[in-house]
Design a protein around this ligand. Structure first.
Ligand SMILES: C[S@@+](CC[C@H](N)C(=O)[O-])C[C@H]1O[C@@H](n2cnc3c(N)ncnc32)[C@H](O)[C@@H]1O
Length: 401
């Protein structure tokens, strides 16, 4: 049998030309870039051992097995990922989520990002590959999937911290972005019939497909820095309900992004920063010469480091030339001491002499080291009485409680 005859056999089995060519190259031990070679050598004989392997693969493909499981490879965002039936095959649509994350964090250096439901590791690895300065974590509830992700991180020499868990439960720390392509197909959706080869726990999520998205949206605010992003992939008809869930959970700047087919494929929002709250403005009026507020957490405890500015509170690092971020409009607060202990409902990072929140006055002794002031509640009155000569503003951290 020649190579041309092998392709004709696959065509008779119902395979499209591209799948047949890629399977033939795989059976010959050649990679996908050799398609031109295949055309130039279509009269070459196919050795019997390769012929048997090719025919078996073509039959499995004709029976519906995905090409990526047969070859064990899938290209995603320029990376060659190993995949097998333990993980969902990464889809080109999901590159929309990766590109969106990279756009939003374009000016954030050393961003801490977590990928929930990482499967093969596709999103986490694509982010780490594009931005080696990011600290990327990835979670999956499936130990099998994590083995595949682990093998991909090692093969690609990309450092991603993998852990087994259910969404954000048990995760420590905060992130500049939480990204996820969770299961989102309704449990009785007719599209599932075409997806029987892929792991069901990667696909379905309750009667309306939104169970996991609801859980992630509910958990995320606790794990984001103020100003941090939650970015989610969802079904073609789920953008509106996901935007509503995000707004209901207190996210601002809620948006959706379209994939290459023009479908609203991802939605996301930002945890409010409170950058324009009354207390921040008041403190900044008192301290006109402080460094700029951190665009991530809005604290004022920033210092220059070469061409960059660094936030001493959340560790966010950004270029001095980065554009000023949009300001949120949220006032809320709590007073913590240097150990993070809450001193009062409403707080500050200052050596403050006298802080009045909601009519009750909190007096902090001069020299008290307070880590942050967070004012809680939308309608409070904030009255900071500070002796400008004797206090040192460290930071002001405002977000909704
Ligand atoms: C749609 S797949 C996405 C895989 C990969 N991120 C991608 O885009 O190709 C969803 C993933 O979420 C994982 N998953 C399902 N429930 C989970 C849970 N409660 N916590 C963490 N991961 C979960 C599944 O094992 C699966 O790997």
């Amino acid at each position: 049998m020649t190579l041309a005859q092998a392709l004709a056999t696959a065509s008779k089995l119902g395979l499209d030309r591209l799948d047949a060519q890629l399977l033939l190259l795989y059976a010959l031990g050649r990679d996908n870039s050799h398609r031109v070679w295949l055309l130039a050598h279509d009269k070459d004989p196919l050795p019997p051992a390769n012929e048997a392997a090719f025919v078996a693969l073509a039959q499995r493909r004709a029976a519906g097995e995905p090409l990526a499981y047969l070859t064990g490879h899938k290209e995603f965002h320029g990376l060659d990922l190993h995949v097998d039936p333990r993980v969902l095959i990464p889809r080109p649509d999901t590159e929309t989520l990766v590109d969106w994350t990279l756009d939003l964090l374009a000016h954030t250096l050393h961003a801490q990002v977590i990928d929930l439901g990482t499967g093969s590791g596709a999103i986490a690895l694509a982010l780490k590959h594009a931005r080696p300065d990011f600290e990327v974590d990835a979670i999956d509830a499936s130990a099998d999937a994590l083995e595949v992700a682990q093998a991909n991180t090692q093969r690609l020499h990309l450092k991603v911290q993998l852990q087994c868990g259910s969404w954000l439960q048990g995760v420590s720390g905060r992130f500049h972005a939480i990204v996820s392509n969770p299961p989102y197909i309704a449990s009785h959706d007719s599209h599932l019939a075409a997806l029987t080869h892929e792991p069901q726990q990667a696909l379905t999520s309750g009667p309306d497909g939104l169970d996991d998205l609801r859980q992630i949206i509910a958990q995320a605010p606790t794990y984001l820095y103020p100003g941090g992003w939650l970015l989610l992939e969802h079904g073609y008809d789920q953008a509106k309900p996901v935007r509503e869930l995000l707004r209901d959970a207190g996210f601002v700047e809620v948006l959706s992004r379209r994939d290459l087919a023009g479908v609203e494929r991802c939605s996301g929002g930002r945890l409010p920063t409170g950058a324009t709250s009354k207390i921040t403005e008041h403190l900044r009026n008192l301290m006109p010469n402080t460094t700029p507020a951190c665009p991530q957490c809005t604290l004022l405890n920033t210092y220059p480091d070469g061409d960059n500015l660094v936030c001493a509170d959340c560790g966010h690092e950004w270029s001095k030339s980065a554009p000023t971020p949009d300001k949120g409009d949220d006032d809320s607060a709590v007073v913590r001491d240097a150990n993070g202990q809450v001193l009062a409902d409403g707080d500050a990072v200052v050596l403050i002499k006298d802080l009045k929140v909601k009519g009750s006055s909190i007096t902090l002794k001069m020299g008290t080291k307070v880590k942050s002031i967070r004012l809680c509640g939308g309608d409070h009155e904030v009255d900071c009485k500070m002796d400008a000569g004797s206090f040192m503003l460290k930071a002001c951290f405002l977000r909704k409680a």
